[in-house]
Design a protein around this ligand. Structure first.
Ligand code: PAF
Length: 284
C-alpha cells in the first residue's frame, strides 16, 4: 500500500489508473479505523480495480465547540488496517494543502441539510460537501463508498453529486454493529465503561421501534417517536438531540409508516459524546 500526501501526486496517480482503464473506488474517512471502515474498504475493492482511502480530519465540518482538536487518531495502526483490507493507496493530505489561505469556496446543499444533524451542527454539511467535492476531484473515483450510519450525510452527498454532475456512483453501505448492537463509530472510543452501557440505548430503542411496527402496522408516527424517547430517557446519561421518522430520500417527516420510512436518532451521552444511529422500520 502506498501512502500519498500531495493532492497533485494523488491526481497524477489517479489519472494514470484511468489511462490504464482501471476503475477507482474511493472511501473518504477521518481515520481511527474500525471494522465499519474495513467493510467500506472491502466493498470498494469488490467494485473497483484500485481502492483509494482518504484520511483527513476536515476542520471545515467541525463547529467551534466540537471535537476537532481531540478527534481520535492512530496513524500507524490505520496504515496496517488499510493495508490488510487490500487498500492500494492511503491518501492523507495536510490541512494547508487542502485549504490554502486564499481558499474561498463552499459547496452547499439546501433543504436536505437544514434539519436533523444540520439543525444541531450549523455549517457541518457545507464542510462535508466541500471536502468531499475536493477529494473527488483529487482522486477521480468511478465509485465512492459511504456508511449508512451517517444517513443524512449520504443523502446530502448523493444530492450534490447529482446536482453538480460528478460522474461518480455513490454506494451506501449498511451500518456495521458491535456484537452488543452499538453502531461502530470512531467516536465510540470516547465512551467510558458506564457510558458504553448507556450508549446501547440507541440500538435498543431501534429494536423496540421495529417491534412496535411489526406488532401494530398502523401505529402513529408520533406514538413511535414518543415511545422511543421514553426508552432513551430511561438512561439518565442520555439527552436527545432528535428522534425523527422520515422518508429516506427526501428526509421529510413521514405521516405514516411505509417501506420508505427510516428512524433517525441523535443523542448525547453525558452532554459530551454525540452518537447517531438509524434504521428502516419495516422488513429485516
Ligand atoms: O463521514 C466522515 O468520516 C466524514 O464526514 C467524511 C465523509 C470523510 C468527510 O470528511
Amino acid at each position: 500500500m502506498k501512502v500519498i500526501t500531495s493532492p497533485v501526486e494523488i491526481q497524477t496517480v489517479a489519472q494514470d489508473f484511468r489511462a490504464k482503464q482501471l476503475t477507482i473506488g474511493l472511501v473518504p474517512t477521518m481515520g481511527f479505523f474500525h471494522n465499519g471502515h474495513v467493510a467500506l474498504m472491502k466493498e470498494a475493492g469488490r467494485r473497483a480495480d484500485k481502492v483509494i482511502v482518504s484520511l483527513f480530519v476536515n476542520p471545515l465540518q467541525f463547529g467551534p465547540s466540537e471535537d476537532f482538536d481531540t478527534y481520535p487518531h492512530a496513524f500507524e495502526k490505520d496504515c496496517q488496517i488499510a493495508e490488510d483490507a487490500g487498500v492500494d493507496i492511503l491518501y492523507t493530505p495536510n490541512k494547508k494543502d487542502m485549504y490554502s489561505e486564499e481558499f474561498a469556496t463552499t459547496i452547499q446543499v439546501k433543504g436536505l441539510t437544514s434539519g436533523l444533524c444540520g439543525g444541531d451542527r450549523p455549517g457541518h454539511f457545507d464542510g462535508v460537501t466541500t471536502v468531499v467535492g475536493k477529494l473527488f476531484n483529487q482522486t477521480l473515483p468511478h465509485i465512492a463508498v459511504f456508511g449508512e450510519k451517517d444517513f443524512q450525510q449520504l443523502a446530502v452527498i448523493r444530492q450534490f453529486v447529482r446536482d453538480l454532475d460528478f460522474p461518480i456512483s455513490i454506494i451506501g453501505y449498511p451500518i456495521v454493529r458491535e456484537a452488543n448492537g452499538l453502531a461502530m463509530s470512531s467516536r465510540n472510543s470516547y465512551l467510558k465503561k458506564d457510558e458504553m452501557d448507556a450508549a446501547l440505548c440507541l440500538s435498543t430503542a431501534i429494536r423496540y421501534a421495529k417491534n412496535l411496527v411489526r406488532k401494530q402496522q398502523n401505529i402513529a408516527v408520533s406514538d413511535i417517536e414518543k415511545k422511543v424517547a421514553d426508552t432513551l430517557l430511561k438512561h439518565s446519561e442520555c439527552t436527545i438531540d432528535y428522534i425523527q421518522i422520515v422518508h429516506q430520500n427526501t428526509l421529510q417527516n413521514c405521516t405514516q409508516i411505509s417501506s420508505d420510512s427510516i428512524l433517525l436518532i441523535a443523542v448525547k451521552i453525558n452532554n459530551r459524546i454525540r452518537l447517531i444511529d438509524n434504521s428502516k422500520l419495516t422488513g429485516g
